[in-house]
Ligand binder design. Structure first.
Ligand SMILES: Cc1cc2nc3c(=O)[nH]c(=O)nc-3n(C[C@H](O)[C@H](O)[C@H](O)COP(=O)(O)OP(=O)(O)OC[C@H]3O[C@@H](n4cnc5c(N)ncnc54)[C@H](O)[C@@H]3O)c2cc1C
Length: 388
């Protein structure tokens, strides 16, 4: 019988990381500047990511996925984000949807969906946020009313990543709007595009260009009842919040990638730009910045890997994921700002990568739970884990 040893796993991880590096160097990096400037969807990159198996990287091999660890996945996302953060979003919310089905779905749902999620044939994300609420998800107003063998969905979701080009979404709805507590009336549906599911408009954004983020509306949109995740109503909030822990580790990894890219640009530029007869990296004021930037990257990376490893061990890690997300994304914002300052006027130019990093980084402090909420989660966990 073939048995896998931990060393085999490491070899496989090295192989996939190598393939991702090659893909980024040849099929992404040369095109980022143009696609970003035109805010153009990277269709060819999406096809290449399907070939690499990235849409199934966390899906178990028995369903056609690569079955990678979260720690390896975090390294993939870090690498992607150091080159172009937008493409990490194409797989990230898709995999949060896939993980909700893998962790909480019925056997029929896993067999019907996971193989097609893994190939990217079905591709999408998570539809939670509404015009009136994001953080307070229990306040959502999208309803799913039972009608025979279907739910009839009405409502509006906004800021939904992958919703223009994608086709399937984990859709958070109220199946019992009067429930008390509110979360008991919330369910998660596997929603494939169809009549009544309309992408109302693409949202213009500061950064995170190329990737489609839209408002979507539902008007008497029908979903068969067997698409409620886990086969029972009332568990939707818990099912999607379980996935957000993974999402937070992923956003932390994006933060590491962006912070690292900003550092790399700053280290390079500071050696070629001269003022007062010497490269600016020899001025102490610049050295202080570089020293802080590099330390932030290392600390962010270690926190992120630590949270990913805890997640892989199946441990409760909301505090660790929260710390990683909070620290790494603030590091991305700080490093992007410092890289811009080190570049002087060139940092303000669209011709330099730091301008893009500066526009991309702020999303990270908002998405997958704002950084205000992360600190609140950390504090609550501190108290819970240290009772007196
Ligand atoms: C580019 C982009 C892509 C996105 N993609 C998706 C997606 O694919 N799917 C999806 O469902 N959503 C998506 N979102 C939405 C994102 O998840 C929400 O923006 C986020 O959850 C915050 O919600 P909000 O914007 O409604 O802010 P609000 O909840 O209105 O919060 C506003 C401010 O109040 C603070 N705040 C709120 N409550 C508290 C509290 N109790 N204590 C202290 N401070 C508080 C927040 O931290 C924030 O600073 C995306 C957003 C962006 C910008």
């Amino acid at each position: 019988m073939d048995m896998k040893t931990p060393a085999d796993h490491l070899d496989e991880d090295a192989l996939i990381l190598d393939s991702v590096d090659r893909f980024l160097a040849t099929e992404v990096k040369p095109y980022v500047h143009d696609l970003e400037a035109r805010d153009e969807y990277p269709a060819a990159m999406v096809e290449a990511m399907k070939e690499l198996g990235l849409f199934g990287c966390l899906i178990e091999p028995e369903y056609g996925g690569l079955g990678l660890s979260t720690a390896t996945y975090a390294k993939i996302i870090e690498r992607m984000s150091a080159v172009w953060m937008s493409i990490s979003g194409i797989v990230n919310s898709h995999l949060i949807m896939a993980m909700a089905v893998q962790r909480y779905g019925t056997q029929e749902q896993k067999e019907a969906y996971l193989p097609r999620f893994a190939t990217g044939e079905l591709r999408g994300g998570i539809a939670l946020t509404e015009p009136d609420c994001g953080t307070d998800l229990q306040a959502i107003r999208t309803t799913a009313r039972r009608d025979g063998d279907d739910y009839v969905v009405n409502g509006t979701k906004t800021w939904i990543t992958n919703s223009y080009y994608g086709n399937t979404f984990a859709l958070l709805v109220k199946t019992d709007p009067a429930a008390n507590p509110r979360h008991k009336g919330m369910s998660l549906l596997i929603a494939e595009k169809g009549p009544g599911f309309e992408v109302s408009r693409k949202l213009p954004k500061l950064g995170y260009k190329g990737i489609d983020t839209c408002e979507i509306s539902f008007q008497d949109y029908r979903v068969p009842v067997d698409r409620v995740v886990g086969g029972a109503e009332g568990r939707g909030l818990q099912q999607i919040l379980g996935g957000l822990e993974l999402g937070r580790i992923n956003v932390a990894a994006r933060g590491v990638g962006v912070a690292q890219a900003a550092l790399k640009e700053a280290v390079a530029y500071s050696q070629v730009r001269k003022t007062f007869g010497k490269p600016i990296c020899e001025h102490q004021a610049i050295q202080l910045k570089l020293g802080e930037m590099a330390t932030r990257v290392e600390a962010a990376r270690l926190l992120t890997y630590r949270a990913a490893e805890a997640f892989d061990r199946g441990e409760r890690c909301d505090m660790e994921a929260g710390m990683a997300k909070y620290f790494a994304t603030e590091a991305a914002v700080e490093n992007a700002t410092e890289a811009m300052r080190i570049h002087g006027a060139y940092g303000y130019s669209k011709e330099y990568d730091v301008e893009r990093l500066y526009r991309d980084a702020p999303l990270l402090v908002i998405g997958e739970g704002t950084n205000e909420m992360q600190r609140i989660i950390i504090a609550k966990q501190l108290v819970e884990r240290n009772p007196v």
